[in-house]
Design a protein around this ligand. Sequence first.
Ligand SMILES: [Zn+2]
Ligand SMILES: [Zn+2]
Ligand SMILES: [Zn+2]
Length: 193
Amino acid sequence: MQSPAVRGAPQWLRGLLSEEFFDSCAAHQSERKNDKNHFCVDCAAALCRHCLPHDASHNILQIWKYASCFVVRVDDLKLFDCTGIQSHTVSDHEVVFLNERTARKRSVASAENPCAACARPLPSAHDYCSIFCKVKHLGENEQGLRRALRGSRKGTAAEAGGKASSCETGRSCGGSLRKRSRKQAEPTRAPLF
Ligand SMILES: [Zn+2]
Ligand SMILES: [Zn+2]
Ligand SMILES: [Zn+2]
């Protein structure tokens, strides 16, 4: 439904950002608990639990809901660099929103750091509210989006084994962000004498 803005993105990313997760799976209409809460990157398709096990060589993402929105775990998203996207810690896992979030409250106080794509106010040190907004913003410049994509699955196979793979570049992907990070967010203004 948001396809025009993510035109420059690869098919799997467009699919991920436009899919209506948690709807019932068309292939398993008669089954219980057939909500689509997985996404196959290789097939660019949403899957329900009855679609699994899927092809073992395919890269499957689990989709979660947080604050009524779709989120993915940063650690699961091997092919996209989440640096700069506001993240949240849910059950000890760092997650990011898939889609642009509706700007419910426009807080004047925090508007000095708006999302680069949708202008939603963000905590400092974040550039985007969601994967969608990062893709949309970077998509205005082809090179920019290419840089955020982590190449082919073959190229990342070795990296996938290393647990630090998603942390090396990200100031917001380091897993250190907690809801109570406000304390450390305030820059010290002590003059350097
Ligand atoms: Zn697949
Ligand atoms: Zn299914
Ligand atoms: Zn945004």
